[in-house]
Design a protein. Sequence first.
Length: 635
Amino acid sequence: MISVKKATTLAALCFTCLLAAEKYEIASPNGTAALTLSCEESQLSYSLTWNDQQLIDSSSISIGQAATYEIISTQTIETDETWKPVWGQFSEIRDWHNELTLKVEISGIKTDLICRIFDDGVGIRFSVPAQKTLQEQEVSFDFQYNLAVNSLGYFPAGERMPLGPLPMEEWNFDKNPRNLPAVLGIGEGRYMSLMESDLYSAKPFRAAQLSVDPESSTAYVSVSGKVDSTGFLTPWRIILFADNIGDLIVNTVPINLAAPNELENTSWIKPGKGLWDWRIHGYHNGDFEYKIDTRSYLRLIDFCSSQGIEYLTIDDHWFLEAKSGKMKVSPDVDIEKVMAYADEKSVGIILYYDRKKGNFGDDSLFSHYKNLGASGMKYGFMGNDASFTRNAMNRAAEENLLLFFHDAPTPMTGLYRTLPNSITREYCHAQQDSRRALSPESFLKTAMVNALSGPLDQANGNFGIRSINAGERKKGPRELNTYISTVTSEVARTLVIFSGLITLPDAPEEYLKKSDLFEFIKQLPATWDDTRIVNAEMAKYITTARRSGETWFVGSVNNEESRSLPIDLDFLDPDKTYQATIFSDAPDSHGADNPEAYQIVKRTLQRTDTVHATMAVGGGHAMILKPIENSLTQK
């Protein structure tokens, strides 16, 4: 581990913003980014430059209305250390930043304004220690973004395709603020993102939403909460910047700013793949129809066990009502038998819970699920409620339960570092949400916007695309023949979208019909040693490469325009030759007209090679690259 921390007191002299303007500047470790803080005219403000480009002009920061600000002292700290997440996109993460702290009195309240600047981003938050003057106060954390460059904006849109590109003059959504992260194209292929992190630790506050002042056209975030004498933290306000959208996708600033892991024992937290029953209902294989019943669940458990799928998610209607510590289970479901059979087959069960069916009582809910034998809970319709999310995550952790939230949850970027049982969440348009087909463009925008917030449950990996389009599933798209994707794209999507639970939504029979293609998914881990974005252009295409041990998995996904995409293999070990299994669209594949055609070839490849991925409309491309022992000279 590298660990370097140096502290320097820059100023011990008090001054008041009303009397003089003072400025402090701190640069990133490599000197390419600089943050300037100012205090003048009863206002704190900041500005940001990167690569000699002004990104943010003077913009206000405050936690009080009509407040006076007095700077007591300042301090800088240099940090360079590495740490190991419990699971994620990297086995080690470097935290290299410079920190400037302004110790401030704001209308008599002592506080620290903490600013951390990395080579690819900056985070700013208030930390307010315990003090009697805080008792029962309402505070408002206001943060302004006075953008210095014209930007094309992209924004999450719940269970629909992310918005964008929107020019700044069309950002006037003050009556309908947008969730973060916002992704901003700033010209010449460069991007910024406006985000937050560590909302978990900022207990008085809700999730941020971005608004625009119609008079000044300045973007801002304002959240308020009631605090007490014990003190509080605000969330981190984060600004990321990158030369391309790919670097933005794997930026580690948000997780570096999240609170460290709080769980002493994490051995029970096991990321993996999970079959999901919800989209299978009504599928008939000629002899058997999948329903919400014991027979179907046992059959699905058998498939998971035989194929090495770690989990089965049992969704809604397994219970009919929950109230006052009791559940009325469907008469078609013998839940005790199902759980016992899953335990016998070493398959973890993740059980759905839906608040709309009554209030079981959150104090006993998680222990009830644990007593049933569940490995985790899928929680639906809890709403974007940060306080509820914090409490639920802690209660789930106490019972050693994995937890993922559905149906427009609180994003809580970085939570999977702090509470790594936060395995995934549906902060996006997942496959066929609201029974609308997920378009290739929607997938790609989600991978480049929503995915910046952390693990996503998008339920990719459908293999029976023709039968889905024909309406042979009860929960398929209402509008037939609107699902445009190839099976190779579906395989690649399971890799591109990062999730601690890779949810598989199709019937076992469809996977077994294409067992050679299913091998990619069977071998796919859910936690990684390294991740690279090899190619990416907003809403057009993406190539993601992830490494587990010495094996690389590579997935490319295309939009509605066919293309050939070069994939440079310069991420491979230069001293090794690799056996590559390549899964690609067939020459006649087409996301609408011929979605299930594919081909598989094997090649030996090295770091100096380039693979040309030929992708159909709505198509994709995937590879598994395994090193061949002592074979560099054998190619």
